[in-house]
Design a protein around this ligand. Sequence first.
Ligand SMILES: Cc1ncc(COP(=O)(O)O)c(C=O)c1O
Length: 440
Amino acid sequence: MSDHITRRKLMGAASAGLVAARVARPAATDKPAMLGGRPIRTAPFPSWPVIAENEERAWMDVLHKGKWNRLDGDYANQFEQTWAATLGAKHCLATANGTSALFISLNALGIGPGDEVIVPPYTFVATVNAVLLQHALPVFVDTDPETSQIDARKIEAAITPRTRCILPVHLGGSPADLDAILAIGRNHNLPVLEDACQAHLAEWRHRKVSTLGALGCFSFQASKNLNSGEGGAILTNDTDLYHQCQSFHNNGRGDTGSGFGYVRNGANLRMTEFQAALLLEQLKRVEEQSRTREQNAAHLTKQLAEIPGLRPARMYDGATRNAYHLYMFRYDKAHFANLPRAQFLKAMRAEGIPCSGGYTPLNKEPFLKHTFDSRAYRVIYPSKQLAEWFERNQCPANDRLCEEAVWFTQTMMLGPREDMDQIVEAARKIQRQAAALAQA
Ligand SMILES: Cc1ncc(COP(=O)(O)O)c(C=O)c1O
């Protein structure tokens, strides 16, 4: 009997402890760094890019060979072969950057004035700029807030007789819903151009993204998971499209590469040998780095999802690998004493956790109106069509996502698992102290 009472008392004490933990009276050490407390973390996260002896050797090799242009050297060829083989694509064309990869691809697909291209509003501006460079009209399809990707369920409603291409982005390295998007493409006879600029090694049903649509594009800009400062690539299994891209990116030359023979119009959008040599060396680490990001992200997601008000971006069922160029989640201030997101971000940064609120709605960018007011657009498009564009391009779910999103960069996913624990610790601390922070 006494044993029974003791156990009951113990259980009572334990549950009282639980309640206390839930209401979480802040300890002195719990003071937010933004209010003068000790930050959770003072050490920097892993730096980027990773530079080692192999990069230095390759760089100096290009330098001393003196063949800095790809038409003279072999590094760009080697990179193209390696990247195509890594992704399982028939062809790879190295380009000056990701924007030019998209621009070249749209050109090869014959997209031009009067055409509509379906794009997400939740992407880097280059996706849309590539469409505008062709004097085509970007048509925005709202975002699926659960995944931060284009909402494939809303694509068909945006298709008109003028639609010529679907341009999904695998944002943050998480694949867009390719089953649905490719099926819509097939049903409407529309090519799918994958913007995989943030999605190195990401997979859809165990196939690398960029190889499932007509063409796929990468960026190797400095922040990217595979990096040469600037750089890009186009992947395709279509030999005809490859030749179109190849020629266009080399001033319209034919297969011979150099000389003064032209088979079409074009531009110089070639990658340099320096870029290609760096990429070949950086490539040696990309698989291992990718695995580290995945493991860290899985650990982080499990813990962040337990914090009321934080919702990590979901992956579609077909997504078998996420590149985690960005780690994305949504913040609901209702669970943080109404602390605005801007203050949450500030408080996290003060705790030593760099983060950002991500993109603003691209479909509402004033520069679009300026572009449509330009002489070229006014010549191409009837004023009624341009006037209606703003009505057609409302994306309410995306507007909301842009107000709630929180991002970490890929480099933060490259450290030890304890780094993830500190991120979570900072978020929990801010939640406990949200009322104090909201009043500050
Ligand atoms: C989704 C997306 N598309 C296109 C680009 C353009 O790539 P780049 O900066 O190499 O021109 C980027 C890169 O910043 C990107 O993130």
